[in-house]
Design a protein around this ligand. Structure first.
Ligand SMILES: NC(=O)CC[C@H](N)C(=O)O
Length: 361
């Protein structure tokens, strides 16, 4: 039987969770968050919104279908660290090209199996997100705890500008005749794909692109992507988003939704332990329908801070937090959940068609 080197997760509050290393040796740090998805670990690992975070999967066994060539949301692993109870070392799936542990090692990602993810998740639910050090380099517990307490808060990190661009140029047919600019704050590949599947030409631009240069190219609409970190620290980007308001149709997704809200003067706040999973029920306030959505965020927009002309459209049925808004005077639609799913249910795909209709009008 193969043996695995020891690894520990050390939290800033002094809790220590031992496990076995199934990735590369080394030390990583970040904000520890739990994700309740039972599948879709490849999408989670490669979602740039997770930069700066160590992800705990609550599902007890991860890796059963291995890694394939198609499900990556970007070209590399983006999470800071990855924790499971049981890691599958012998996957089975017809599209599988390598095992999850082999992928973690190849990508230099620090990861653990054998972690008591249930008690860790209970702890995070009680205390809220905590900073953690995940390391194969053993030391005195007191020294490790001291190091964990010195990890910079995610709010102080410039994660969006770490160059997470989506620049693959696939040959597609643009049957709708529409062109959108996708501002890449760490965009998941599936957002671009969903738009392209609807026949939209997508031009990806970097996070610091000026509003005027986007407007000069006269696209039919702008999509503000998902991305990592605290939205409120992105002040210059929020200023540029403000410059787009009322000038063309805009769709905001997750971080994009938060930036759009901040641009109109609303406020964001940090949730106690975030929403990370694929079964989050959201109420459509217009129709009374419930959508099951894919979610990954630690911040939310404060509903009470929305200005006039900006109405709540969706609300979380877990904690009542705001999940989407619409503007009465301009074609702007903005959602906190992930209409592109990946991983997760596709209930919210119609958000993209609704945006297309806005652009056509
Ligand atoms: N997926 C995202 O875009 C996440 C947005 C933001 N970083 C948050 O945690 O709330």
């Amino acid at each position: 039987m193969k043996s695995f080197p020891p690894i520990v997760l050390v939290l800033e509050d002094g809790m220590i969770f031992p496990g076995q290393s199934v990735g590369a040796p080394g030390t990583v740090s970040g904000e520890v968050v739990f994700n309740t998805a039972m599948s879709g670990y490849q999408e989670v690992l490669t979602d740039p919104s997770y930069a700066g975070q160590i992800v705990v999967m609550t599902s007890p066994m991860i890796g059963n279908t291995g890694i394939n060539e198609i499900d990556g949301e970007s070209s590399k692993i983006q999470v800071s660290g990855f924790l499971t109870t049981v890691m599958c070392h012998q996957p089975s799936h017809h599209q599988c090209t390598k095992t999850l542990p082999d992928y973690l090692v190849e990508q230099g990602a620090v990861a653990a199996q054998g972690i008591d993810t249930r008690s860790l998740t209970h702890h995070l639910r009680k205390k809220g997100v905590l900073r953690g050090l995940l390391t194969t380099e053993m030391d005195e517990p007191s020294r490790l705890i001291e190091r964990a307490s010195r990890i910079p808060a995610i709010e102080s990190l410039d994660l969006v500008r770490q160059g997470l661009s989506l620049n693959e140029t696939l040959k597609r047919s643009y049957t709708s005749g529409l062109e959108v600019v996708l501002i890449d704050f760490g965009a998941k590949g599936s957002i671009k794909k969903c738009l392209e599947d609807l026949g939209v030409r997508v031009r990806v631009v970097p996070p610091d692109t000026r509003a005027q240069s986007i407007l000069d190219d006269r696209p039919d609409g702008v999509v503000l992507s998902n991305g990592p970190g605290d939205p409120a620290r992105l002040t210059s980007i929020i200023g540029e988003v403000r410059g787009l308001l009322g000038r063309l149709p805009i769709l905001g997704i997750c971080l994009g939704h938060q930036l759009l809200s901040l641009a109109v003067g609303a406020k964001t706040y940090k949730l106690p332990f975030g929403h990370h999973g694929v079964n989050h029920p959201v109420l459509d306030l217009q129709t009374g329908k419930v959508w099951i959505t894919s979610q990954n965020h630690n911040y939310a927009v404060l509903e009470d801070s929305l200005p006039d002309g900006c109405e709540p459209l969706y609300r979380s049925l877990y904690d009542g937090s705001l999940e989407g808004i619409r503007f009465s005077r301009s074609p702007i639609l903005s959602v906190q959940f992930h209409p592109e799913a990946a991983p997760g249910p596709t209930d919210a795909f119609p958000i993209f068609s609704e945006f297309l209709e806005m652009m056509k009008r």
